[in-house]
Write a protein that binds this ligand. Structure first.
Ligand SMILES: [Zn+2]
Length: 346
């Protein structure tokens, strides 16, 4: 076949194949037929114009045009037959089982955090967050934990190597509790205050079933001119009943924290054995839930409050610990391993 004879149909076959592949309805198929075999198509025009061609090209072009016409017709018929049986497959069969879509969900720690916050918000608490990289000044000094005080040893701390942007406020560290946010808020605002501080805290603890170097706390602070320890007890007892159930029994044990005086630890009666002793509570019958106390006068003085006129109380709890008690989780590390088999249970 000479060049002159093939040129009129160059690329025509490929274009036909591409158009055919796109045609998935009878209508589209008809459009393909009209375009490639209709009266105005290239093939039809070539057959019609054969007489005008030089005698030596006439036979070649005619033969090629007829070959294409036959091939196109055959493939169109095939495609039409395929389409005719397709509707049965494509029709919606409502009796088939559906496709389950994987659904995301909130992390159990987030859910517990939300449940804790939801108990306090109706009592008028405002939720405030603060920085995770903190100055010694806020993490220790202003919380009545002076630099040379032995109580600072109880707070093993991750110090940052980055130079402190404000050397007067000491070194930078990863906060070891959420309490520094109390100081930041009290420095900015005057009483009355009723705030709740959720967030991550960091301590260089070795990983084991009940310790992690990062965990979450929720801290609360109330400051006004008439708050007493009775208010603290009332608020926390109401919180524990809201979170763990109306029949929850709580007890307050004297304790020491540098930033509160008097201080207490709060236990609830073990939910498994109801106080008689079991493996969950280490045979004690009680589970330690949180720490609390009346804000130390030195803390109030430090932020410039009149400590003889205003008082306050503060409390703090570990969110993972409460999540473990709520859901019967025995190992804190499960919360951070991101194993979907664990996370899907919540
Ligand atoms: Zn028990």
């Amino acid at each position: 076949m000479s060049d002159a004879a093939t040129r009129p149909f160059g690329g025509l076959e490929a274009a036909f194949q591409a158009a055919l592949a796109q045609a998935t309805t009878a209508q589209a198929l008809e459009a393909v037929r009209i375009k490639f075999l209709g009266r105005k198509s290239e093939v039809a025009a070539a057959l019609k114009g054969l007489g005008a061609l030089p005698a030596d090209q006439r036979a070649e072009v005619g033969k090629r045009a007829n070959q294409l016409k036959t091939a196109f017709e055959a493939r169109l018929a095939e495609q039409q037959a395929a389409l005719a049986t397709a509707p049965a497959r494509a029709a919606l069969d409502v009796t088939l089982p559906g496709t389950a879509l994987a659904q995301g969900r909130l992390h159990p720690v987030t859910r517990t955090m939300d449940a804790i916050l939801a108990c306090f918000v109706p009592l008028g608490f405002e939720i405030i967050e603060g920085p995770e990289a903190e100055y010694e000044y806020y993490n220790f000094d202003r919380l009545n934990i002076p630099r040379d005080h032995p109580s600072r040893e109880h707070f093993d701390t991750f110090f940052l190597e980055a130079p402190s942007p404000q050397p007067a406020k000491g070194r930078l560290l990863l906060r070891s509790h959420t309490s520094p946010v109390q100081i930041r808020v009290m420095e900015r605002r005057k009483p009355p205050l009723r705030i709740l501080v959720p967030g991550k805290v960091f301590r260089p603890d070795a990983l084991d079933p009940s310790h992690s170097f990062m965990f979450h706390q929720v801290e609360g602070l109330v400051v006004d001119d008439r708050t007493s320890f009775a208010d603290l007890k009332g608020v926390l007892e109401q919180f524990l009943r809201a979170l763990f159930g109306e029949d929850t029994q709580a007890r307050f044990r004297p304790h020491f924290f540098p930033f509160t005086e008097p201080s207490a630890e709060v236990d609830i009666a073990c939910r498994v054995c109801r106080g008689t002793g079991c493996s969950t509570c280490g045979q004690k019958g009680w589970l330690e839930i949180m720490g609390c106390g009346m804000v130390h006068p030195n803390v109030l003085k430090g932020v410039g409050y009149d400590w003889q006129r205003v008082q306050g109380f503060a409390f703090g709890m570990g969110v993972e610990r409460i999540a473990m008690l709520r859901h019967g989780v025995k190992d804190i590390r499960l919360f951070f391993e991101n194993d979907v088999r664990f996370l899907e249970q919540f």
